[in-house]
Design a protein around this ligand. Structure first.
Ligand code: DAH
Length: 341
C-alpha cells in the first residue's frame, strides 16, 4: 500500500509539473483528488484493509493528499503570477508617447449668444421665464392688442395648428403669462424658439428670440434706453451706442426700432452697416396700456417697457455670418469656428 501511494504521489507530482495552465491543473486535481480520482479510490478501498492497519494507512493517504495539495497550490500560485505578469506586460503604456487628441466640441452659436444674453440680463437682475412653443391665438396675438382682424397680424406669417392653437410667432406671448402670474414689480427675460412661414437669407421658419419685460412704478422710455445702452456695450463692445427710431408694434406705445452704432467701422460706414453707420438690432417700446389692463395691472400706478431681440441676428452680426442657413445646416466646419462661450 505504501508503494502504491508513493507511486500516486510521484505520478501526481510529475503531472503537476507538466501542466502548463490552470485548466490542465484542474484536470490533474480531478484525476487524483476528485470524486473518481486515484487517491479517492484508495480511500474508498479502506474497507478492505485490516481494521488494525486502518489508522496507519489512513495517515499515509492523508499525508499523500496534503503533499499533493501543497505542490498543486504552489503550482497554481506560480501560474497565476505568470499570467498577471503577462497581463501587465500587455497593458504597459508608454507615458512618454504623445497623447491622442480628444475631439473637443463647442456650443452652438445660437446657444452661445442665448447664454451670453441671459448672463447679461441676470446680472441686471432679470428673472428667466421659458414659455411654451405651442400657444393659443389669444396669448400670441389677442392679448397683445392684436385681435383677429388686426392688420398687424400680417407682419408675421403664422403656422396655425387649429383655429385656436398655433406655433408661437413671438416670445412676446410670454409677457402675458408672466403678467397673469405675477404682480409688479416684474423684470423678466424669456428666451425661446419662435416660428414663422418665412424663408430667405436672413429669415428661417424657426428662429430664436429673447423677450424682455419690465413693469414697475414710473417706468419710462428713458429706462429702456438706459438699459439698452448697457446691453449693447456688453454684447458688441464698449464703444457701441444706441439710437431709437419710431416704429410700430401693437403691444407697445410708443414703439421703437433700436439701432446700434456699427461695431465694425465705428460708425463711419462699411459693408456691414450698408454705409449708414447704424445696424438695426431689436424692437422695443413702452408697454401699451391696453396690454397691461388686459392683465389686470393698474395703469395709473404702473407702466412698463418691453423688447424683443432676434438671437440669430445678433449671432450673425457678431460672428460675420451672412446667411442664417449656415446656423441650421449643422456643418461642423462652420460651427466649430465660433467658440466664444
Ligand atoms: N415681438 C416682436 C417681433 O417678433 C418684437 C418685439 C418688439 C417685442 C417690440 C417686444 C417689443 O417686446 O416691445 O417682431
Amino acid at each position: 500500500m505504501k508503494d502504491k501511494l508513493q507511486k500516486i504521489r510521484e505520478n501526481a507530482i510529475a503531472e503537476i509539473e507538466k501542466s502548463d495552465g490552470l485548466d490542465k491543473l484542474n484536470e490533474v486535481r480531478q484525476a487524483i483528488l476528485g470524486k473518481k480520482g486515484e487517491l479517492t479510490a484508495v480511500l474508498k478501498g479502506m474497507k478492505d484493509v485490516a481494521p488494525e492497519d486502518r489508522p496507519k494507512v489512513g495517515q499515509w493517504v492523508n499525508e499523500t493528499r496534503s503533499a499533493i495539495e501543497t505542490i498543486l497550490e504552489a503550482k497554481i500560485e506560480k501560474l497565476e503570477a505568470e499570467a498577471l505578469k503577462l497581463k501587465y506586460e500587455k497593458e504597459k503604456i508608454d507615458v512618454t508617447m504623445p497623447a491622442e487628441r480628444g475631439v473637443k466640441g463647442n456650443l452652438h452659436p445660437v446657444t452661445q449668444v442665448t447664454n451670453q444674453l441671459t448672463d447679461i440680463f441676470a446680472s441686471m437682475g432679470f428673472e428667466i421665464y421659458e414659455g411654451a412653443e405651442i400657444e393659443t391665438d389669444y396669448y400670441n396675438f389677442t392679448a397683445l392688442n392684436t385681435p383677429q382682424d388686426h392688420p398687424a397680424r400680417d407682419m408675421q406669417d403664422t403656422f396655425y395648428l387649429s383655429p385656436e392653437f398655433l406655433l408661437r410667432t413671438q416670445t412676446s406671448a410670454g409677457q402675458i403669462h408672466v403678467m397673469e402670474a405675477k404682480k409688479p414689480p416684474i423684470k423678466v427675460v424669456s428666451p425661446g424658439k419662435v416660428f414663422r412661414s418665412d424663408d430667405d437669407a436672413t429669415h428661417s421658419p424657426m428662429f430664436t428670440q429673447m423677450e424682455g419685460l419690465v413693469v414697475d412704478k414710473g417706468i419710462t422710455l428713458c429706462d429702456l434706453k438706459g438699459m439698452l445702452e448697457q446691453l449693447v456695450k456688453k454684447i458688441f463692445g464698449k464703444e457701441t451706442s444706441t439710437r431709437l427710431r419710431p416704429s410700430y408694434f401693437p403691444f407697445t406705445e410708443p414703439s421703437v426700432e433700436v439701432d446700434v452704432s456699427c461695431f465694425q467701422c465705428g460708425g463711419k460706414g462699411c459693408s456691414l452697416c450698408k454705409g449708414t453707420g447704424w445696424i438695426e438690432v431689436l424692437g422695443a417700446g413702452v408697454v401699451n396700456n391696453k396690454v397691461l389692463e388686459g392683465c389686470g395691472i393698474d395703469t395709473n400706478e404702473y407702466s412698463g417697457f418691453a423688447f424683443g431681440v432676434g438671437v440669430e441676428r445678433i449671432a450673425m452680426l457678431k460672428y460675420g455670418i451672412n446667411n442664417i442657413k449656415l446656423l441650421f445646416e449643422s456643418d461642423m466646419r462652420v460651427l466649430k469656428q465660433i467658440d466664444d462661450k
